[in-house]
Ligand binder design. Structure first.
Ligand code: SF4
Length: 123
């Protein structure tokens, strides 16, 4: 059995609790140092399959502003972030854009979509 220990800092809130994760054969066996359940959930995911929400802006044609804010829904694997950013740079949306609009599905080959987080009127 291969055992491993990881030291992490929880990023779920500003307290930044220091977490200790014990793994055996790639499975989490214990989490300590967390002050709440969110920290335990974060540690379990981060140790085995780290994911992140990617927030950015996408260029928009014919809009009142040249870009609109977007985020990935759901989170994407951490090792896909550069691929996600490349897709964002290549993307051009068309105004109007509404909050919740899906601007690109399965970004970078993941299960995540790019979803608008702001309104943008057409001019
Ligand atoms: S364990 Fe809970 S209290 Fe500590 S940083 Fe994470 S979310 Fe915040």
């Amino acid at each position: 059995m291969e055992k491993k220990t990881m030291e992490l800092t929880c990023i779920r809130c500003p307290m930044g609790c220091a977490l200790r994760v014990e793994l055996a054969d790639g499975e989490v066996t214990s989490v300590s140092g967390n002050t709440c359940r969110r920290g335990e959930d974060y540690a379990k995911t981060e140790a085995v399959h780290p994911v992140r929400t990617v927030t950015s802006t996408v260029r928009v044609k014919n809009g009142a502003r040249p870009v609109v804010a977007v985020k990935t829904v759901p989170d994407v694997p951490k090792d896909k972030i550069f691929d996600v950013m490349a897709d964002i740079r290549a993307l051009r949306a068309e105004a109007p854009v509404h909050i919740g609009d899906v601007l690109l599905r399965h970004i970078a080959g993941t299960d995540a979509d790019h979803v608008a987080t702001a309104e943008l009127e057409k001019v």
